[in-house]
Design a protein around this ligand. Structure first.
Ligand code: FES
Length: 123
């Protein structure tokens, strides 16, 4: 199970195997600036500081150029980490938008079983 560390705040988020960076962050209750979520708009670009990603869907050259890939730009809605990665958001911070999603994501990862009395009220 890979972990993505998100800078500039150093937030570590576990992803499922085969999960894109964007999907894993959202599943864990985080958000950042995105657009189409399908690899078409380029809004979700982040900087890949360490680790490797692969793309299981074709990404158009006009969305992510070969030069960008070679210099560490990553299209987070399509990028699937190969092991642990560190990314940096561009001019923004990761936002916690749902504590409920984070709670259940942790439970699904075996980091605690949610009990009705201890579940967060809302996100
Ligand atoms: S959100 Fe549009 S390309 Fe990623």
């Amino acid at each position: 199970m890979p972990t993505v560390t998100v800078q500039p705040d150093g937030i570590e988020v576990p992803l499922e195997d085969g999960e894109t960076i964007l999907a894993g962050l959202f599943r864990n209750g985080y958000a950042y600036r995105i657009g189409c979520r399908r690899g078409g708009c380029a809004i979700c670009k982040v900087d890949l500081l360490s680790g490797e990603v692969e793309y299981d869907h074709t990404v158009a050259e006009n969305v992510l150029t070969a030069e960008e890939r070679a210099t560490g730009t990553c299209l987070s809605c399509r990028a699937v980490p190969v092991g642990d990665v560190t990314i940096a958001l561009r001019e923004e911070h990761l936002r916690r938008v749902s504590s409920l999603l984070a709670f259940y994501a942790m439970a699904a990862q075996g980091k605690g079983t949610p009990a009705a009395s201890s579940a967060p009220n809302s996100g």
